[in-house]
Design a protein around this ligand. Structure first.
Ligand code: SF4
Length: 371
């Protein structure tokens, strides 16, 4: 480990976060409580892990270069990126250093150090499965966001890919504690103080055979039960010298379609059962816009009159999102597609599903398309 330069260690540990956040670079994204997407410096404390997760490049039995960063080094690097405005904060995860308790203590060292130095940036901590409650409580005192990865949808699946942990106790129980801690923190927050973000978790898509139907049901359940707002999805890719090295990679589009469905669950108040009509016979999404497929699966709902329907019905129209739906409600009566376009409606997508004052609009482009 000692022969590696700081830059080499940083690179290895950023790559090691592959299954902890959205990509393998040293920068990842997170969402603030007001929905803003921000860039964070992303690293592991160490890629030495005592775990044996079957998909993971950091699993203990794999032959790989192992390294770590000291808490003071992570604090220093974070400050340096932050001062240059390259990032707005830190995303910190780790391989398991012996057990969850020891690992979380090290993570806490980093965040305490940063806050002790007056760091006001964003801190997102990916906590370990099985982290003790007292340490979660401490993390909540310093972090903007924290949570444990669920990885999959059931105890059975979890035992297949993460044999060292227990889904019900090490994951679900921690998601519950995190929900309660966030609630408590938000009750206590005073004006101008840091607001703790919502519960946080990630799924590895395709490491076990679980249809999208199960993933979407689980996300919906977590939103209801654990106040999850935005799940992260990471496509499984086989890693050499792991038990899943010959498994089939999950296509990137599947991850993207799952994100789209998760937005429909969160922002459009849909339920997992609403998507039953768009799965294939095995319970998987196809590579097509889920909202468009929902609309085509329900011809009885359309066309809707832009000036007559409730906001929920507007939201079901492809090309109309929460912001444009609100603008339409505030600006009625709407007289033309041009007005809708100015409000952010994607007319080419919405046109087959809308009427304006009882009339379907036809302009030169659609006339030419139709003829
Ligand atoms: S606990 Fe599992 S997923 Fe996390 S670093 Fe270790 S082997 Fe990888």
């Amino acid at each position: 480990m000692n022969h590696l330069t700081l830059t080499e260690r940083m690179r290895i540990l950023a790559e090691g976060t592959k299954y902890d956040s959205c990509n393998q670079s040293a920068v990842c994204h997170s969402f603030t409580p007001d929905g803003r997407c921000i860039q964070l410096y992303k690293t592991l404390l160490t890629n030495s892990c005592s775990g044996e997760c079957t998909y993971c490049p950091n699993r203990c039995q794999r032959d790989a270069t192992r390294t770590s960063l000291e808490p003071f080094e992570i604090a220093k690097i974070t400050w340096s990126f932050y001062r240059k405005n390259a990032v707005e904060g830190l995303f910190l995860s780790s391989g398991i250093i012996g057990d969850a308790e020891r690992t979380t203590e090290r993570q806490l060292e980093v965040v305490k150090l940063l806050r002790g130095q007056g760091f006001a940036g964003y801190i997102h901590v990916r906590v370990m499965p099985g982290t003790p409650k007292y340490l979660l409580e401490e993390i909540a005192d310093y972090a903007n966001k924290f949570g444990v990865n669920a990885e999959t949808t059931s105890s059975l699946n979890y035992s297949e890919i993460c044999p060292n942990f227990d889904y019900s106790n090490d994951v679900l129980e921690r998601l519950k504690w995190t929900r309660d801690l966030i609630k408590k923190k938000r009750r206590e927050v005073r004006y101008g103080e840091r607001i703790v973000g919502s519960n946080d978790t990630q799924f590895v898509v395709g490491a076990v055979f679980e249809p999208d139907r199960d993933l979407i049901r689980t996300v919906n359940k977590f939103m209801d039960r654990y106040a999850l707002r935005r799940p992260y999805f990471m496509s499984f890719e086989p890693v050499p010298n792991t038990p899943l090295q010959n498994a089939i990679p999950s296509p990137k589009w599947r991850e993207n379609r799952l994100y789209q469905v998760s937005y429909l669950l969160k922002d459009y108040s849909l339920k997992s059962s609403d998507f039953e009509v768009i799965f294939d016979e095995h319970g998987f999404l196809v590579n097509d816009d889920p909202k468009m497929r929902l609309a085509y699966a329900h011809p009885e709902y359309f066309p809707v009159d832009i000036n007559a329907v409730e906001r929920e019905e507007l939201l079901m129209v492809p090309g109309i999102g929460p912001v444009s739906a609100s603008r339409i409600m505030q600006s009625r009566p709407i007289m033309s597609e041009q007005e809708l376009a100015r409000m952010g409606v994607v007319i080419s997508r919405a046109r087959p599903f809308i009427e304006i004052n009882g009339c379907k609009q036809t302009n030169l482009v659609s006339f030419l398309e139709a003829n």
